[in-house]
Design a protein around this ligand. Structure first.
Ligand code: CP
Length: 307
């Protein structure tokens, strides 16, 4: 197979294992390209991509922009805070005005779950979800699984723990779909208030015991406590969260094996993870960021090839 089963990348739920494997194989080639002295290829030379961000981002926004530049695409960057959205313009009007300027692909981050699927139903351009509220963040899950494959040789049958604020995380949901499609054993771990009940129905293990989970897993993907999405208190204090659920050097030193440490960023150092673990040799946090460019190049290239 040499093309994706979809015109848009809205979520991992709606793509196949074959799609994921094709993205990984394509990313392998692009990873080699971006490590060359001349990092650019002409693959998207005649295409224009709009990066539309209605929420703040560091990694995803820069990573998509670099991926597009490496593929020689023309780029339009749009930040909602400095746009006519603040004057009351709707999402569809905003995007249709951008498309009137002949844009071929839209990369969008939006606080509303479902915003990207709505957009894909109303515009002719390919849509890539760069994170829609608490729903999905598909390219993050792809780069996470790709980094596990790179580190451990394969994802199938590996034990992956996703630890932290599962309730507010789009990364958790996309990771569960992606890792399960690739045959991993997945567990979520955190306080009961931060794990939605429906996770048990997704076929993942649910645990509230962080030390036992660290003993169980090959990889711990640690998630940020998303205070900005928390309208009520889900735990007494950040200090108490760190004490009971924080990934610390002391917890890691109690293990009889070395596990891989991951975090999608941004990190709250001293809350969900201590600095000595985030910066330890077994942490692959910066490799995840590096792999993000190759994965996004692969997604852009494959969606453009299907046109
Ligand atoms: N991991 C991630 O989505 O980071 P940003 O919010 O900085 O893009």
């Amino acid at each position: 197979m040499s093309s994706l089963s979809t015109r848009h990348l809205i979520g991992i739920k709606n793509i196949t294992e074959a799609d994921i494997q094709l993205i990984f194989e394509t990313a392998d080639n692009f990873k080699e390209v971006i490590n060359r002295p001349i990092k650019k290829v002409p693959s998207l030379r005649d295409l224009t991509v709009a990066n539309i961000f209605f929420e703040s981002s560091t990694r995803t926004r820069i990573s998509f922009e670099l991926a597009e530049r490496r593929l020689s695409a023309d780029i339009v960057n749009f930040a909602a805070a400095s746009s006519s959205v603040s004057k009351g313009e709707t999402l569809l009007d905003t995007v249709n005005n951008i498309l009137a300027m002949k844009v071929d692909m839209v990369v969008m981050r939006h606080p509303a779950p479902g915003a990207c699927v709505f957009l894909s139903q109303h515009i002719p351009a390919n849509v890539i979800n760069a994170g829609d509220g608490t729903h999905e963040h598909p390219t993050q899950a792809l780069l996470d699984a790709y980094s596990i494959r790179e580190q451990l040789g394969d994802v199938a049958n590996k034990k992956i723990a996703i630890i932290g604020d599962i309730l507010h995380s789009r990364v958790a949901l996309s990771n569960v779909f992606c890792l399960q499609k690739l045959g991993a054993k997945v567990r979520v771990c955190g306080p009961p208030t931060l794990i939605p009940k429906y996770y048990a129905d997704l076929g993942v293990e649910v645990s509230h015991d962080v030390q036992e989970t660290l003993h169980w897993c090959d990889v711990a993907n640690v998630l940020r406590i998303q205070l900005e999405r928390q309208d009520i208190k889900y735990f007494p204090s950040l200090r108490e969260y760190h004490q009971f659920f924080g990934i610390t050097k002391n917890r890691i030193e109690q293990l009889d094996k070395e596990i891989v440490i991951m975090h999608p960023g941004p990190i709250n150092r001293g809350v969900e993870i201590s600095s000595d673990v985030a910066d330890a040799p077994q942490s692959i946090i910066l490799q995840q960021v590096e792999n993000g460019v190759a994965i996004r190049m692969a997604v852009l290239y494959l969606l453009a090839s299907g046109k």
